[in-house]
Design a protein around this ligand. Structure first.
Ligand code: G
Ligand code: G
Ligand code: MN
Length: 433
């Protein structure tokens, strides 16, 4: 069968689809945005082929493909997995929107069509799957396929959502079973002391002096290590992040206080989620942490992702103003990943930009990344802000970043995130040198 007949131009082939699912799913997970896959199987297509011949069959497929494509919205990708099976990839869209697309697809497919002198009403079975926070990226494609098969078993002309056993999350978003499991484990970790912070050193690019450490949460329950990339989004969705966040602020502040009292003051940077800053009580909790631990405010730094600054509610705005008022420095985390516009930089209360490792990974060869890094450092310097490059893994990257003018560096080249006792050793070894 000729895959690229008229209606099928612009459709990815199977291999391309798999590549594209991996890429889009990876981006969605990194950005914590939704991503859905629709898998469409044409019902009774074998019958069309055997009754009217393959050429007629190809024609029907091309027409149906054209109908599907005509529903495309910005960003959607279309692919053919082989034979009479198609996929539509919907980056940025959740299940509700995917269901809307599936309904419109059904309407478009079932418009009658003449084959020779026979009038047929085609239909499709559609499987829908949304990427969850824990599965390997390609599982979303497999689940869409299985949901499509389930739709076929129901008799065709219908859609089925994978993991239909959804229950409402605390903020009204539906949650899948896996997320509930993670939520349960997080509760257990809070109760049984399964949470810890690891600390990654951040060094001055000029003289290699220790500038700060970034606190990164780790979670271990029932002999299982949960990765932050899987548990932080669940904690955000369920509101648990507020408790986890208070715990990390308190733990980080204790470290800052202890190191300061030992005569080796080091700033500790803590990641803060949007859900924390939305809570009206955030500042109260912060003041309580500073008072309880007797930590000077300027030894605690808050890292906030760029997207948070782009879309600030009144509560967030008020909380940020109060944080600055209390004397804590702010840093913009993952800078450059949020499609931000540079103009907003001038109005932010932050004193530091953390350049996402996406701009570091290709250095020194990738001259475009280099140009961006240099541009951002120049701009930051004019604004009186510091620039930290994240994810530095090689000496070549380090040299290149220094040439570009970044003020500080962080990455595996210098140190991995360390548990507290190892951080102490690391500090001791350096002071002994
Ligand atoms: O530590 P890495 O180990 O995998 O961290 C992954 C992500 O989780 C990072 O983007 C980091 O910002 C986020 N993260 C780590 N610790 C915390 C925390 O204590 N609070 C919040 N809100 N996010 C965290
Ligand atoms: O989003 P945020 O910047 O808070 O995330 C920090 C994350 O980066 C943590 O998961 C940390 O483990 C990871 N990280 C720190 N240094 C490196 C590095 O050199 N290479 C890579 N790949 N990851 C790093
Ligand atoms: Mn960070």
């Amino acid at each position: 069968m000729n895959i690229r007949t008229d209606g099928l131009t612009g459709f990815l082939d199977r291999g391309e689809c798999i590549g594209e699912v991996e890429r889009l799913a990876g981006e969605a997970r990194a950005a914590n945005t939704p991503f859905c896959v629709l898998w469409i199987g044409i019902d009774r297509f074998r019958q069309i082929n055997s009754s009217f011949g393959h050429r007629a069959g190809d024609n029907v497929l091309a027409k149906l493909a054209h109908r599907m494509k005509s529903l495309a919205r910005e960003g959607d990708r279309f692919g053919r997995m082989g034979g009479d099976e198609f996929v539509i990839l919907l980056p940025g869209r959740g299940v509700a929107e995917a269901e809307g697309t599936a309904e419109r697809l059904q309407q478009a497919l079932k418009v009658p069509m003449e084959i020779g002198h026979v009038r047929v009403r085609p239909s499709g079975s559609i499987g829908i799957a949304q990427l969850n926070t824990v599965e390997p990226l390609l599982h979303v494609l497999e689940r869409a396929d299985r949901a499509m098969l389930a739709a076929k078993r129901l008799g065709g002309g219908q859609y089925v959502v994978s993991g239909g056993e959804k229950v409402p999350g605390r903020f009204g978003n539906p949650m899948a079973q896996e997320e509930l499991t993670v939520e349960g484990l997080l509760h257990e970790a809070l109760e049984t002391g399964g949470l810890s912070l690891h600390y990654q050193p951040i060094l001055s690019a000029g003289d290699g002096k220790l500038e700060a450490v970034e606190a990164l949460m780790r979670c271990r329950v029932r002999e299982r290590n949960l990765a932050p990339a899987s548990f932080i989004p669940v904690a955000e969705k369920t509101g648990l992040i507020v408790r986890l966040g208070e715990w990390s602020l308190m733990t980080a502040a204790r470290l800052a206080q202890r190191l300061g009292a030992d005569g080796a003051a080091v700033k500790v940077a803590v990641n803060i989620s949007r859900a924390q800053l939305t809570a009206p009580k955030f500042c109260q909790a912060l003041h309580a942490v500073l008072a309880c631990t007797d930590t000077p405010a300027d030894l605690l730094e808050l890292e906030l992702t760029e997207s948070l600054f782009m879309d600030m509610s009144d509560n967030v705005r008020r909380n940020l103003a109060a944080v600055v008022e209390a004397g804590l420095p702010l840093a913009i985390d993952d800078f450059g990943t949020g499609y931000s516009c540079l103009a907003y930089l001038k109005d932010l209360p932050a004193t530091k930009i953390k350049l996402d490792r996406a701009f570091v990974v290709g250095l020194p060869e990738d001259r475009k990344s280099f140009a961006i890094v240099r541009m951002v450092t120049q701009l930051a310097r004019d604004f009186g802000m510091a620039v930290v490059a994240e994810g530095v893994e090689t000496v070549d990257q380090y040299d290149c970043l220094r040439e570009a003018g970044v003020t500080a560096v962080q990455g595996f080249l210098f140190s991995r995130p360390l548990p507290e006792y190892q951080l102490d050793q690391w500090l001791q070894e350096r002071s002994g040198q």
